[in-house]
Design a protein around this ligand. Structure first.
Ligand code: FAD
Length: 423
């Protein structure tokens, strides 16, 4: 075994561990605030983890207003960065249709509607015929309520991650890939930098934005990050003209499904009744090396769920499936993010527990962490994301991961009262 190099190779105000969409958004928002002595470190390529696998839905309907404001900041950041970079960042503002069929789901939708109103996001109730005009293969005649949210849309996660990175660089931030953080430097209760495979980097602030690997970083401080790496997956149909590009995203929570356009075909996300979780302290370093797909089991799921979907998408049997994509996203027991300080530790911030919404909420993550570092009150109320709200947890334990999987399943069933909502 080779000892880690112990010479100091750099000294900065802020080190961000992780160059996914969250780390890059934090870097951009710090730089926008004038804090440019920032170094982002990623051991792989930028935006190559969960960010590269996201379905990219940007959805405002949530069960709390904070998360809606987090999403609104993402869209505002896209506008700002288009001006800064003088390029189009490919957000598709197609809106979304959410159809509800069960009584249980209706209460959940009413709560979301109240939050949308409170957060100033427009929505309207539409008829099955109007939904069909927006999306010709959709038959929503049996729906109890259908809501259209015009501000919703979709964006490629890696593309948005790269935009944050390029905008941050343009404002003076340094970003490095191929460098691994192997430990934290501490002085009593304060984190003072990171140890890397190249040497030590001293910093006033260290931000853990390492996605599903974030628990490893937190464990170096003896802290259990309250989130479990949980599998999400979706299929992409062969292009046959079903996805027109301007068709809205479709959310069918009763059927645990979502759909959106993708180069002439469609992305179809199906959520399994019980999500698979993984030990966060035993993950390989690159998501591309993780065996996350079990074709036999997954095809069975597709066939089972297709029989339910057939009622609203009679055409589903005509679609061919060209790709199957899976990845890990960190889910918490209550479906809310993890943002803020670890108790009794200074100079260290957690930005994780994205609960399948990290692309949509990336702007809010960046804004909040930048404000915390700048020492100002966060403009979004992030108290519901406090890292210590579950007390001390062991994120590797089966019992804890079960709680996260249950929250994930509740995400589309609506049984978890305050669960956050996305794809
Ligand atoms: C199948 C799927 C579909 C999804 N669909 C959506 C969607 O429709 N809408 C939505 O909003 N969200 C969606 N998500 C969730 C979204 O992808 C994530 O919330 C988001 O990408 C998390 O970003 P991140 O930056 O935290 O993590 P990542 O993108 O995983 O980035 C973390 C980075 O940290 C680096 N790292 C880790 N450890 C170290 C270390 N020790 N040293 C240096 N670098 C390190 C990694 O290399 C990695 O690049 C989906 C996720 C999946 C898996």
């Amino acid at each position: 075994m080779r000892a880690a190099p112990s010479a100091t190779i750099d000294e900065v105000a802020v080190v961000i561990i992780g160059g996914g969409i969250i780390g890059c958004s934090i870097a951009y928002h710090l730089a926008k605030r004038g804090i440019t002595d920032v170094l982002v470190l990623d051991r792989n390529q930028l935006a190559s983890g969960a960010t590269a696998r996201a379905a990219g839905l940007v959805c405002h309907a949530r069960s709390d207003t904070s998360t809606i404001h987090m999403v609104k900041r993402t869209l505002a950041a896209i506008d700002e960065m288009e001006a800064l970079l003088e390029e189009k960042i490919d957000f598709h503002p197609v809106g979304s249709v959410r159809a509800i069929f069960s009584e249980a789901r209706l209460g959940e939708l009413e709560k979301m509607e109240a939050c949308l109103t409170a957060a100033g996001v427009e929505f309207s109730t539409i008829t099955p015929a109007e939904a069909k005009r927006l999306c010709p293969w959709l038959e929503l005649g049996d729906a109890r309520r259908i809501v259209f949210v015009p501000a919703d849309g979709y964006i490629d996660g890696a593309h948005l991650g790269s935009a944050y990175a390029r905008a941050a660089r343009k404002l003076g931030v340094r970003i490095r890939s191929g460098i691994e953080v192997t430990g934290l430097l501490t002085d009593g209760p304060r984190v003072t930098g990171v140890e890397t495979n190249e040497g030590l980097i001293r910093a006033n602030w260290v931000v853990d934005a390492a996605g599903v690997w974030g628990a490893v970083i937190a464990s170096w401080l003896g802290w259990g990050l309250a989130a479990a790496p949980t599998r999400s997956h979706y299929w992409i149909t062969a292009p046959d003209g079903s996805g027109t590009g301007h068709q809205p995203n479709i959310h069918l929570p009763d059927m645990r499904a979502y759909l959106r356009s993708e180069v002439g075909g469609l992305v179809i996300g199906l959520q399994e009744p019980k999500s698979l979780t993984y030990d966060p302290l035993a993950l390989t370093a690159d998501m591309a090396d993780m065996p996350l797909i079990d074709e036999e089991r997954d095809t069975e799921l597709l066939v089972t769920q297709a029989s339910e979907l057939r009622k609203v998408i009679p055409k589903i049997d005509e679609w061919g499936f060209a790709h199957h994509i899976a990845g890990l996203s960190n889910y918490t027991p209550d479906g809310k993010f993890v943002i803020g300080r670890v108790p009794e530790i200074e100079g260290f911030l957690l930005a994780g527990g994205c609960c399948g919404s990290g692309v949509a909420a990336s702007g809010g993550f960046g804004l909040t962490i930048a404000e915390l570092i700048a020492g100002i009150e966060p403009s979004i109320d992030v108290t519901l994301y406090r890292p210590d709200r579950f007390g001390r947890v062991d994120p590797s334990s089966e019992a804890f991961r079960e709680r996260c999987a249950a929250a994930r399943s509740g995400k589309s069933r609506g049984r978890v009262d305050d669960v956050s909502r996305a794809a």
